[in-house]
Design a protein around this ligand. Structure first.
Ligand code: GLY
Length: 388
């Protein structure tokens, strides 16, 4: 089926996801979608958006760009403004939500509300930077079950970089760029293994930033390769390089992570939640990690230095998106009452120490849906992968 996936298939899948978005918008009230039950489609929500909530206005900004429909812009703005209570929280994980949910509105639609909300959040994100560590630590409000604060880091925190680079361009204030560059370099140094695989988390010595230990917040073990660690590292190192093309080591790290993924992902191209879970194949997949990787591969398909590499990443991206829409975008039968366009098969957190509202398997994760939808917009020619 891979070779036969066409522009019509990408468009159909994007259309199905828009139907799911319309259904979601109708049932939410004022709470943000976090994840939905893979069988019923019912959403578990958070009142303020948690770290995931910006994915929802992010999808709406993209839907506005794709369709030109004003209703999506209005919805995106409404949900973007609802992110504001989180703007000053001390968490490196503000980067994802305020980039997708707010800055993206300015990037895609020139939206001034999006710009204002993103700038509200990014100032305090920059002020979290610790020069002794050379990075932005997770922070006391970081959305993990524990082991957070001023001396902890993780590859997930690389999400701070695109928002900071965007702010540097918008404001002309170089301190945002310097902070993003140092954060990117140090987070990659700490968490990238020599073979291209990626470690999720670290505890640092608060006096000089040296590594006290590596561990994981959400993976199988402290030495395993959690799928989303690999995915976040690949994505955000590519995004940082796109904004700072002199930093070729970031591109090298993203390509090493991509090559590791391509060599280790199962034959059907959808990753298990952790590459080292000994229960494989009798364990859970994570379509969210796989969707993040699709978006990352599409960026590498524009950024890699040689034509052969760009075409290899493009083919890997197309095959990966085909696998997701062929196997995990609902529904399949006429008796199925679920809405079309749910990306099921997401593994939010499988560990017993999960935050209660992250304990979800075989689910639709709002950020997984975001990255599949973003990938489809790239494949449909609506947006350029390296611009967002
Ligand atoms: N902390 C980001 C994630 O759970 O993927």
């Amino acid at each position: 089926m891979f070779a036969e996936t066409t522009q019509t298939d990408w468009n159909r899948a994007a259309g199905d996801m828009i139907k799911r978005m319309e259904q979601t918008a109708a049932v939410l009230g004022e709470a943000f979608p976090h994840w939905a039950d893979g069988q019923s489609g019912a959403w578990t929500t958070t009142p303020d958006g948690d770290w995931t909530g910006g994915a929802w206005p992010g999808m709406l900004w993209l839907a506005h760009r794709m369709t030109g429909e004003e209703k999506f812009r209005q919805l995106a703005r409404t949900w973007c403004v609802r992110l504001r209570p989180r703007a000053k929280l001390e968490t490196a994980f503000k980067g994802f939500g305020f980039y997708c949910g707010a800055a993206l509105g300015h990037i895609l639609a020139g939206d001034e509300t999006g710009k204002t909300v993103a700038l509200e959040a990014v100032e305090s994100l920059r002020d979290q930077f610790d020069p002794r560590l050379g990075l932005i630590p997770l922070g006391s409000d970081a959305e993990e079950h524990g082991e957070i604060g001023k001396a902890f880091s993780s590859i997930d925190s690389l999400q701070a970089a695109p928002l900071l680079f965007w702010a540097a361009r918008r404001t002309g204030d170089d301190s945002y760029r310097a902070c993003a560059a140092s954060h990117t370099t140090r987070v990659l140094e700490i968490h990238c293994r020599k073979d291209g695989s990626i470690i999720q988390s670290s505890e640092l010595d608060s006096r000089d930033g040296s590594v006290v230990r590596h561990f994981t917040h959400k993976g199988f073990s402290d030495t395993s390769v959690w799928g989303r660690a690999q995915a976040w590292g690949m994505l955000y190192s590519a995004m940082a390089f796109a904004r700072c093309p002199a930093e070729t080591r970031w591109l090298d790290q993203s390509m090493a992570a991509a090559d590791w993924w391509i060599a280790n992902v199962p034959g059907d191209l959808v990753a298990f939640w952790d590459f080292n879970d000994p229960a494989i194949p009798d364990t859970h997949r994570d379509t969210a990690a796989t969707a993040i990787v699709s978006a990352a591969l599409l960026k590498l398909a524009e950024l890699a230095p040689t034509a052969a590499q760009r075409s290899r990443y493009r083919e890997a991206a197309e095959r990966t998106v085909s696998a997701l829409i062929g196997g995990y975008l609902t529904p399949t039968s006429s008796t199925d009452r679920r809405t079309r366009g749910m990306l099921v098969g997401g593994c939010f957190n499988k560990r017993p120490d999960s935050r209660r509202h992250d304990s979800a398997l075989n689910a639709e994760l709002i950020f997984g849906s975001y990255f599949l939808f973003e990938s489809l917009q790239v494949l449909c020619g609506v947006v350029d992968a390296a611009d967002i």
